[in-house]
Design a binder for this molecule. Structure first.
Ligand code: ADP
Ligand code: MG
Length: 391
């Protein structure tokens, strides 16, 4: 029932997105720039994506009437977050083309399914995930092998930005953490000695062609992405090739259509370990808006519309800094302030993206700042200047 010919950009052609956050907003901006109209499904009346889209279906992510309204208006639908109910994507897929599909999204929604996929893929990808064990009962806690500790206990579902994770040293810690999380099914992962973290952003078209962006090096603070640097100062050519080959093997195995990001750890001894994947544009790929020929958001549009994918070539070295709500407060106090954007924008190569959120909270992603330069050193210098201004 779903037409497989390309959906050419035209005023009457609508693309839908499940979720109204910043990823949906930047998706809508890319879709608009190509000439599509955009409809967003989101329960909140005022949301970053709704502010720029041409239409908002204000409904819950599992609301049947809302899903049908989105499907009726749009010719293709995507999602901006992985926790959208897989059943909702299946319902939409009965009426419109949906990319990524429910199957691809459901693997990434569940840390157990994700780890199983990584292990099954290892002969082709050449990388393994961290040693791990499912913790679904106190008996599972008793059976933990010493080699898995110290570790990190992660909820199987709904974790993001380091939420739903507890660091554990002993079986007693695991027992207490499992209990504190309400005894929901968790995954215990061995704590690995990370040298640095990287991610590989890929896009795969409906015709099976795929593209892989340059590898990105990521620094996290308090479980939240802090900076992404491309090219990564620590990344060797060998590591980049291994990670990109692994990512290519994994998207092909998934038969996935759309943008997918895979996070890896690089250990002190150089071993590459696959961490997790996001079935959507990713925070570590925001630099592509300003530093690559086609951004990750444009690729999502192209993939779901059945168009050829764009060029992933990076034309400028870049550093992306996440802008958190903390910047709207004086130091550690509750004293409000406005960041000095006028001074930041005076820096050469500064590209500011604010998401239209009017209530800054500590730890909340309010925007990002990408600094591009003729050389990586220049971009890094501007990052330091920006950090000095923002304080
Ligand atoms: P989230 O869904 O919150 O992004 P991740 O599994 O990516 O969850 O974990 C967040 C961060 O915690 C990682 O980027 C990494 O810095 C750290 N981390 C996660 N798992 C491990 C591990 N097994 N060993 C060491 N550090 C880890
Ligand atoms: Mg992560």
């Amino acid at each position: 029932t779903v037409d497989s010919s390309p959906l050419l950009p035209a005023p009457g052609h609508w693309l839908g997105v499940m979720g109204g956050g910043q990823l949906g907003r930047m998706f809508a901006q890319a879709a608009n720039s190509l000439g599509y109209q955009v409809a967003v499904l989101e329960p909140a009346a005022d949301c970053p994506a709704g502010q720029v889209a041409q239409h908002l279906v204000q409904a819950g992510y599992a609301d049947a009437a809302g899903l049908d309204a989105l499907a009726a208006r749009c010719q293709a639908v995507t999602t901006e977050f992985e926790n959208v109910p897989a059943d909702s994507l299946s319902r939409l897929a009965e009426k419109v083309f949906v990319a990524p599909n429910a199957q691809g999204v459901s693997v990434a929604q569940d840390r157990i399914a994700e780890k199983r996929f990584f292990v099954a893929c290892a002969p082709k990808s050449g990388v393994m995930p961290a040693p791990h064990k499912v913790i679904a009962s106190f008996e599972d806690v008793d059976a933990i092998e010493d080699a898995l500790l110290p570790g990190i206990l992660k909820t199987v579902r709904m974790g993001y930005d380091g939420k739903g994770q507890v660091r554990v040293k002993t079986r007693e810690d695991v027992r207490a953490a499992f209990d504190a999380m309400g005894q929901v099914t968790c995954l215990l992962e061995k704590m690995l000695p990370l040298a640095y973290e990287v991610s590989v952003l890929t896009a795969r078209g409906a015709d099976g062609q795929s593209v892989v962006y340059p590898i990105a090096e990521n620094v996290h603070r308090d479980g939240i992405l802090y900076t992404t640097t491309v090219p990564g100062p620590n990344v060797s050519a060998d590591c980049a090739r291994k990670a990109q080959d692994a990512a290519r093997a994994m998207v092909a195995e998934l038969g996935y259509v759309g943008v997918l990001c895979i996070e890896f750890f690089v250990l002190d001894d150089g071993t590459l370990v696959v961490n997790e994947m996001a079935p959507r544009p990713h925070n570590s790929g925001h630099y592509t808006i300003d530093a690559c020929v086609s951004s990750q958001f444009e690729q999502q549009v192209r993939a779901m519309a059945g168009l050829p994918l764009g060029e992933v070539r990076q034309h400028s070295p870049a550093v992306m800094l996440n802008i958190l709500g903390d910047l709207w407060f004086e130091g550690d106090s509750a004293q409000p302030r406005e960041p000095a954007w006028d001074r930041v924008l005076a820096l050469p190569g500064a590209c500011l993206h604010l998401y239209g959120k009017d209530d800054p909270r500590r730890g909340r992603k309010m925007g990002h700042l990408t600094l591009i330069g003729a050389t990586l050193e220049q971009a890094q210098q501007q990052l330091h200047a920006a950090c000095a201004i923002l304080g």
